[in-house]
Design a binder for this molecule. Structure first.
Ligand code: SAM
Length: 270
């Protein structure tokens, strides 16, 4: 069934209607290319007229398992030997529990459902632990996080949740603050595009980092990275440094020093 056609060709040829923004096609070619003809399980939230189901089946090939989810019971009519259809709401954690119990783990979830903050966040949180290593959770139309008729911009928008995953991923670095509801046991990297966020899953690579040192010859070069000039207490007051109070004073001045230097960067944050 896979005729090795580009997604845009399959989109234009699909018997049933599908709606996608133009830029999505090149993004999906990049994200999905390695999954063609690999017998993957692909889930799309949001079926509407069924056109995208046909596109995915042709794109990923005969061996792929294509699953559509929609809260509109009328979409059940698209069920046939090529597609499995599940009816339920993506903002209902109970639906997701039943869904993954029945379906098992999947490889790719594409969220093109209702685009509200709760729908996108609940779908992500409930799906991520059921996505195989090497898989993806992709959310489309995240411009809704900036649009008034979705109640945004808002502190708890989907895009702000996605930005938080940057903190989550960095928190696997030793000794940094760990977050609640973090995705860092599953999400290895996140890629941001216009209107799309792609979460790459790899539990094996989400371990706490550790510093490696090889056995190479060590020169006596000074590492200038930590040299903060006039406030280098460590060098100047070596004999006092053993006292915790001096370590604290050093940290205080280092903070002041960097805050002062960072002020010049303010213009880049506008
Ligand atoms: C943009 S359309 C999907 C278009 C389709 N993926 C395509 O590419 O042609 C959005 C779909 O999401 C469904 N939807 C809206 N809210 C939902 C919810 N809470 N749970 C599941 N599906 C929902 C709508 O019924 C609609 O069919």
């Amino acid at each position: 069934m896979n005729e090795n056609k580009k997604l845009i060709e399959l989109f234009n040829e699909s018997k049933y209607r599908s709606i996608k923004w133009e830029k999505y096609f090149s993004i999906y070619e990049k994200l999905f290319n390695d999954y063609k003809n690999k017998g993957i399980t692909f889930v799309e939230i949001g079926i509407l007229d069924g056109g995208s189901l046909e596109i995915w089946k042709k794109y990923f090939g005969d061996s792929s398992r294509i699953i559509g989810i929609d809260n509109n019971p009328e979409c059940k009519k698209f069920q046939n030997e090529n597609y499995e259809i599940f009816i339920g709401s993506q903002s209902d954690p109970g639906f997701w529990k039943k869904f993954y119990n029945e379906v098992g783990n999947v490889d790719i979830v594409l969220d093109d459902g209702g685009h509200t903050n709760d729908q996108q966040i609940i779908s992500l949180i409930n799906s991520i632990k059921n996505i195989n290593d090497g898989g993806l959770h992709i959310v489309e139309d995240v411009h809704s996080s900036y649009q008034k008729h979705y109640g945004n911009p808002y502190k708890y928008s989907f895009i702000n949740f996605s930005k938080k995953t940057i903190d989550d991923i960095n928190s696997t670095f030793p000794s940094l603050k760990k977050f609640d509801y973090n995705l860092n046991q599953f999400v290895y990297s996140v890629e941001f595009f216009e209107s799309i966020v792609a979460f790459k899953v790899n539990k094996n690579l989400c371990y706490e980092n550790r510093l490696l040192e090889n056995k190479g010859h060590k020169s006596n070069n000074t590492d200038t990275t930590l040299d903060v000039g006039f406030i280098n207490f460590r060098k100047r007051f070596k004999y006092l440094y053993k006292y915790r109070i001096f370590q604290k004073i050093e940290r205080f001045f280092i903070k002041l020093f960097y805050r002062y230097k960072s002020k010049k960067l303010k213009k880049f944050f506008k």
